[in-house]
Design a protein around this ligand. Sequence first.
Ligand SMILES: [Fe+2]
Length: 401
Amino acid sequence: MSIDQTLTDQERLAELDLDQLRQLVGLVEYDAEADPFPVTGWDAVVWAVGNATQAALYYQHVYGMELVAYSGPETGNRDHHAYVLRSGAVRFVLKGGVDPASPLHDHHRRHGDGIVDIALEVPDVDRCIAHARAQGATVVEEPHDVTDEHGTVRVAAIATYGETRHSLVDRSRYTGPYLPGYVARSSGYVKPAGEPKRLFQALDHVVGNVELGRMDEWVQFYNRVMGFTNMAEFVGDDIATDYSALMSKVVASGNHRVKFPLNEPAVAKKRSQIDEYLDFYAGPGAQHLALATNDIVRTVDVLRSKGVQFLSTPDSYYTDPALRARIGEVRVPIEELQSRGILVDRDEDGYLLQIFTKPIGDRPTVFFELIERHGSLGFGKGNFQALFEAIEREQARRGNF
Ligand SMILES: [Fe+2]
C-alpha cells in the first residue's frame, strides 16, 4: 500500500491531495505488506462533554468547523445528543447525555470534557482485532456490521490508556454522513465575511498522558498490538527536568498518518504539567490534539480575535542570538511570530511552526496545538529546551536563578 491509497473519504471530501497532506502532517512511504495492523487514517475524535449542544456552537463559531451530522432523541437516540463537526479532514463527534441515566454523565463527572474515542479508519477490522487480541489487547466491542439505507459500516473497538478507546472503522461500503443512526445536519451559522474557509485542514497527532513509570509499557502496547513504530523524537530526563518534568516517546502508524506521542510525568522538584493533568482528569487520557494548518499566522489571528487564549512565549525566545541561529530562515518574519507567540523548531528535515492553547475546558486538562510543518517530522522537542532556557535566562536577569 503506497501513500496514495491511504486517503480517506473524509480527506477526499475535504479536497486534500496527497502533496498537501504530506506537507501538512509529514507522511512517509512504508511497506504495508508487512503491517499486521494496517491503518488508513484518522476516523474521528469522539468527545464526552458536559453540554454538547453548546460545544457544537463553540466549535463552529470559534474554530470554524462545520456541522455535518447529528444523532439525538429526534433520530431515536434517547440517551444523548451527538453532533458531528468537520474541518478539512478532521472530524469531531461531540456527545452529551440527555437521559439522566446516560453513562456520558458519569464519564463527564469523573473526567470533565474529554476524549473518549480516538477512532481510526482501517481497511480490515476483523484482521486488526484478531491481531490485537492475539497480542493481549482488551476488545471492548467485537467486530460487527451496522447498516442503514446508506450502506454498511464494520466497526469494533479496543481499549487503550485510561478510559479511552480506539474504535476501528471500515466505512468502505458506506456513503452516509457519519454512521448509521446519524442524519445529515447543517446549521444556520454563517461565517463572517473574509474569514478563511477553514482554520485547520488535518489532524497531525494526538498526545496521551499516561501513568508515572508506564510510558514504555504503552509504547510497547502500540508496537505490539497495533504494529506502530517508534519515531526518533524522544524527550528524556536529560531535558530540563526541573521545569518540563516529563518523558515522552512517539509511536506512529506505518506511513505516519497517525502519530501518538505518549507522555509520563518525570520525578522533579516541581509538580509537572503531566501530574496536574492526571490529577484533574482523574487518570490517563488524551492531553492535546495537534491541528495541522497551512497558515498558522492567519489561524492564530482569527482564533485570538474570537477570544482563544494561547500560552505566552517570553520575548527572550525570539531575541536570543543562539535561538535566532537555531531558528534560521522561516517563511514568516520572526517579528510576526513573536507578536503572536508562535514557536519554531528545526531538525535535519526542515522546520515547523507551532503554538499551544490554554486548556479548553474548566479543568486544566485538554488543549489544542496548531502546527504548520515545512518538512520537519518532529513535534517541537527543540522548543522544550529553548523555552525553558529562555525562562531561565529571564530569571537570571532578574537575579532569581
Ligand atoms: Fe504536540
